[in-house]
Design a protein around this ligand. Structure first.
Ligand SMILES: [Zn+2]
Length: 462
C-alpha cells in the first residue's frame, strides 16, 4: 500500500515536471474548481416557481393539447386544444421579447405531417421557438438549445375529446423553455440560444424530427440540446426532489462505420458529444447552487420510452434528456379518473413547482455558460505515430476570438467524469508524461472570464 502511494507521488512529480516544460502556466486539480459567473448567478435568482406554476396551469387549462386536437379559429378563441396552446406560447415569447426591447425573434416551424403510426390523417404541426441571437458576429452561428414538448395525450393517443392535462408531461418541460427565455433574454451572450417548444412528441417525435432535420439541412451549428420532458418532480412517496436525471447516449446514433471501429478499438463508448454535455451539466451543478443535483444516467433513455433528444441524436446533434428522479406512471398518459382508490391523471396538484424551478435554473445556468464560452477547439488530435509513454495532443485554435487559453482534461478509462485539469495557456500543443493507453484525454477552451467550452476528445493521428 505504502509503496503504491509512493509510486503515485513520484508519478505525479514527474508529470508536473514534464508539464512545466510544455505549459505557459499550470495548475493541477479537478474539473470542479470553476467559480460561478456572478452575472449568471444573479439571473438564476430571477427564475420563479410562481411564474412556472402559472405557465403550467395555463397549459393545462387548454383541456387537451393532443397534436390531433383542434386548431381552428373558433377553438383557439375558446381556448381549447393544441392550436390555442400554440398561440398562447407564441404570445408569451412575444411578451418576453417586448420586455427586452425586441431581443427575441419569435418563429414557428409549421409543416404538414403526413399520416403515420399515430397520425391517422395529414395534419398541420407547429413548433414554436424564440431565438436570442448571439452578439458576436462569428460566435452567433453557434447555437445552444433548450426544448420541451407542448403536446399532451391521455390513455388513448387517438382520443382528442377527453382532457389530457399533461401537467408534468410535458407542460413542465415547456415551462422550462419559457422561463429560461424570460430570464436569459435580459442578458446578452456571444453565442445564440434557442428556446424551443415542439408538438407531436406523443405521436412519434414528429415535431422534433422535423425541426432537427431543418437544422441539419440549413447547417445549423447546434452545440448542445437540452430536452426537458417530465421534470415536474411528481409528489409520490419515493420521489427524490434533490435529484434530476440526465440521460445521454453512449455510442452516438449517428456514428459512422469508421467512428464505430475507433470506438471499439480505443474505448470511446462513453465519449459521445451528448455525454460531454451530461458531464458539463454535472460541472454546472457543482458550480451553481440551483437546488437540484444532476444524476447522470449513461443510457439514451428509460426502458420502453423515448424523447425528442433522440431526434437530434439521430442527425448527429449532441443532446441530453432531463427527467425527474422517479416517475409515477399513474400520473402520465392517463385519462383523469379514480379506480380502486388510485388517482390516475397528470394534473397540476402532483407537480412540485419549486422542483421545476430548480431544474429550470440548472438548464439556464448550462445554456448561459455554454453561450458565454468560446467555441470548442477544432481538430483535436492525439499523436500516435511512435510507441511512446508520453502523450502529445495538438489542436487548432478555437474558432472565433473568445478563447484566452486551453485546458487539458483527463480521467481514468473507468471513470465516469473528468478527474484532472491542467492549464495549457494559449498554446495549441501539449506533451504530458501520461500514457495515452491508460487515460482518456480532452481539450477545452476557456475565455478571459473563465467560461469553459464543451471538451473535445482527440482523434488519433498517425
Ligand atoms: Zn413527454
Amino acid at each position: 500500500m505504502i509503496r503504491l502511494l509512493k509510486s503515485k507521488i513520484l508519478m505525479a512529480a514527474a508529470t508536473a515536471l514534464v508539464l512545466a516544460l510544455n505549459c505557459a502556466a499550470q495548475t493541477s486539480g479537478t474539473t470542479q474548481e470553476v467559480s460561478p459567473d456572478p452575472r449568471i448567478a444573479a439571473a438564476l435568482q430571477q427564475i420563479s416557481a410562481k411564474q412556472i406554476q402559472a405557465n403550467i396551469e395555463k397549459l393545462v387549462g387548454f383541456g387537451t393539447r393532443s397534436t390531433l386536437s383542434a386548431q381552428d379559429a373558433a377553438s383557439i378563441a375558446a381556448g381549447h386544444g393544441i392550436g390555442a396552446a400554440r398561440e398562447w406560447i407564441k404570445a408569451e415569447f412575444e411578451r418576453y421579447s417586448k420586455d427586452c426591447g425586441g431581443c427575441l425573434e419569435i418563429k414557428t416551424d409549421a409543416f404538414t405531417q403526413e399520416p403515420a403510426d399515430r397520425i391517422p390523417q395529414a395534419i398541420e404541426l407547429t413548433n414554436v421557438y424564440a431565438v436570442l441571437k448571439g452578439t458576436d458576429a462569428t460566435d452567433a452561428k453557434r447555437i445552444v438549445l433548450v426544448t420541451g414538448h407542448y403536446d399532451s395525450r391521455n390513455s388513448d393517443t387517438f382520443d382528442i375529446r377527453a382532457d389530457a392535462p399533461g401537467a408534468n408531461d410535458d407542460a413542465s418541460g415547456t415551462a422550462v423553455s419559457l422561463e429560461c427565455a424570460r430570464v436569459l433574454s435580459k442578458l446578452k451572450f456571444p453565442a445564440t440560444i434557442i428556446f424551443l417548444t415542439v408538438a407531436g412528441e406523443e405521436q412519434g417525435l414528429n415535431g422534433s424530427h422535423h425541426y432537427s432535420q431543418m437544422a441539419k439541412d440549413q447547417n445549423w451549428q447546434i452545440e448542445a440540446v437540452l430536452n426537458n420532458d417530465i421534470v415536474g418532480g411528481d409528489k409520490s412517496a419515493e420521489q427524490d426532489h434533490s435529484v434530476v436525471r440526465v440521460f445521454s447516449e453512449g455510442v452516438p446514433a449517428a456514428a459512422t462505420e469508421q467512428d464505430l471501429r475507433r470506438i471499439r478499438g480505443l474505448g470511446g463508448e462513453s465519449d459521445s458529444g451528448s455525454r460531454q454535455i451530461a458531464r458539463y451539466v454535472a460541472d454546472i451543478g457543482r458550480t451553481y447552487d440551483v437546488g437540484v443535483k444532476p444524476l447522470l444516467i449513461f443510457r439514451l433513455d428509460r426502458y420502453l420510452r423515448g424523447g425528442d433528444h433522440y431526434s437530434f441524436n439521430q442527425l448527429g446533434f449532441p443532446a441530453v434528456r432531463f427527467t425527474e428522479f422517479r416517475e409515477d406512471f399513474h400520473h402520465q398518459h392517463q385519462n383523469v379518473r379514480a379506480e380502486n382508490g388510485i388517482e390516475y391523471s397528470d394534473v397540476p396538484k402532483f407537480v412540485d413547482y419549486d422542483y421545476v424551478s430548480h431544474v429550470a435554473r440548472l438548464n439556464a445556468a448550462t445554456l448561459a455558460s455554454l453561450a458565454s464560452a468560446p467555441a470548442p477547439p477544432a481538430n483535436v488530435h492525439l499523436l500516435t505515430k511512435d510507441l511512446d509513454n508520453d502523450s502529445t495532443l495538438t489542436w487548432d485554435a478555437s474558432p472565433g476570438g473568445l478563447a484566452a487559453e486551453y485546458e487539458l482534461l483527463w480521467r481514468a478509462t473507468t471513470s465516469p467524469e473528468w478527474e484532472h485539469v491542467q492549464k495549457c495557456g494559449s498554446t495549441t500543443r501539449i506533451t504530458v508524461h501520461l500514457s495515452k493507453d491508460n487515460v482518456i484525454f480532452a481539450i477545452r477552451a476557456v475565455d478571459h472570464a473563465g467560461h469553459r467550452s464543451l471538451p473535445v476528445v482527440p482523434v488519433p493521428e498517425r
